[in-house]
Write a protein that binds this ligand. Structure first.
Ligand SMILES: C[S@@+](CC[C@H](N)C(=O)[O-])C[C@H]1O[C@@H](n2cnc3c(N)ncnc32)[C@H](O)[C@@H]1O
Length: 336
């Protein structure tokens, strides 16, 4: 068996790997769901423990080759599905011990300039992670100025969203915007001249488009709700996130449905308090990458790991979370 890593596998650095392995109690074994397979860094590390069974998901077809190699190596302990993680409950019918999410893009996606995620690209405006029905080019050329402003403002948290949206609409009246560098030019022209040295002026608009094209907040909320439904009592859900909207959602879910929250859901009758929490006490602790990791992999700097432990209570559907984040869900449901 060829155990050498391919250049595809080597191109993604698994963020906070030792922390994820430690907090997921992988040495004890059990059934693990790796909802964001990527370069397979987490799945491989989990499979090193002989009592683990790992089921992985990724929406990106580009990682299938890495997963197939692993399926050959561990035919009885590893299985991969090319699906969105909001769909895990269509496949998994048994209770699981641990569910892991490592959100966002892999370097495999970012560094492939033809996918259009990087502002260094001069290729087509695509930004599809996989299994998305629209591309960034569809969004940029077909939505109204108001819709573009909303997407850039709400999903990108970009202060200059109005100006950027206006200039996109103006530019596309002359010629369809098809390439990444064309959009970058429009954004740079729209932003005030004083750019931060650390943050590229296109960062927030690109974040917004990527989130919109892949419906990332809708995926995240449905993914974590479905994962919680599958967890056994005492099982763990671990999430590595990279931007503030993701962290807001995760923090709210873990905090609001924890035993130490006084009122888990305003939709529940008062006498059901303390019977319906989904998680044990949650201490809001954020785990951050070590200094050694930051020296080795600068993109880890914005990573945050949070985890929660499933309570013994039956699953209740956490409707509040959809209500709480409807601002993002509504924007993501704009029809292109
Ligand atoms: C940061 S990478 C994961 C890297 C992985 N932990 C490793 O060690 O190599 C995130 C991966 O999640 C995938 N992904 C993002 N959102 C997804 C979703 N809703 N459903 C399935 N996969 C998703 C992306 O395609 C990408 O490959």
């Amino acid at each position: 068996m060829n155990t050498q890593k391919s250049s595809l596998e080597l191109s993604h650095f698994p963020v906070m790997l030792s922390e994820v392995i430690k907090f997921s109690s992988s040495s004890k074994g059990g059934i693990f769901l790796d909802c964001t397979f990527g370069g397979g860094g987490y799945s491989k590390a989990l499979l090193k423990y002989s009592k683990t069974k790992v089921i992985s998901f990724d929406r990106d077809t580009a990682v299938k080759k890495i997963a197939e190699k692993l399926e050959k190596k561990y035919p009885n302990r590893f299985k991969f599905y090319q699906l969105k993680f909001s769909q895990i409950n269509e496949i998994i019918k048994e209770q699981v011990d641990t569910v892991i999410f490592d959100l966002g893009l892999s370097s495999i996606q970012l560094n492939n300039l033809s996918r259009g995620f990087s502002f260094k690209s001069k290729e087509k405006l695509d930004m599809k992670m996989g299994l998305s029905s629209i591309s960034a080019q569809d969004v940029i050329n077909n939505l109204s100025e108001k819709q573009l402003r909303l997407i850039i403002k709400i999903l990108g948290e970009e202060k200059e969203a109005s100006k950027i949206a206006k200039n996109i609409v103006r530019a596309r009246a002359d010629k369809k915007i098809t390439k990444v560098n064309e959009l970058v030019k429009i954004i740079e022209k729209s932003k005030k001249k004083i750019f931060s040295k650390k943050i590229n002026p296109s960062t927030k608009t690109f974040q917004a488009l990527r989130i919109f094209v892949n419906k990332e907040i809708t995926e995240l909320i449905n993914g974590i709700v479905n994962a919680t439904k599958l967890l056994r009592p005492g099982g763990k859900i671990l999430i590595v996130s990279f931007h503030s909207i993701e962290d807001k959602v995760i923090k709210y879910f873990f905090t609001n449905y924890a035993k130490n929250k006084s009122n888990p859901s305003r939709y529940l009758p008062a006498d059901s308090l303390n019977k319906n929490y989904l998680f044990e006490n949650y201490n809001k602790k954020i785990i951050k990458p070590s200094d050694e990791e930051l020296k080795e992999n600068n993109p880890s700097r914005s990573a945050k790991l949070r985890f929660a432990i499933r309570s013994n209570n039956d699953f209740i559907y956490p409707s509040d979370i959809f209500e709480k984040f409807k601002k993002y869900l509504n924007v993501e449901s704009i029809y292109v």
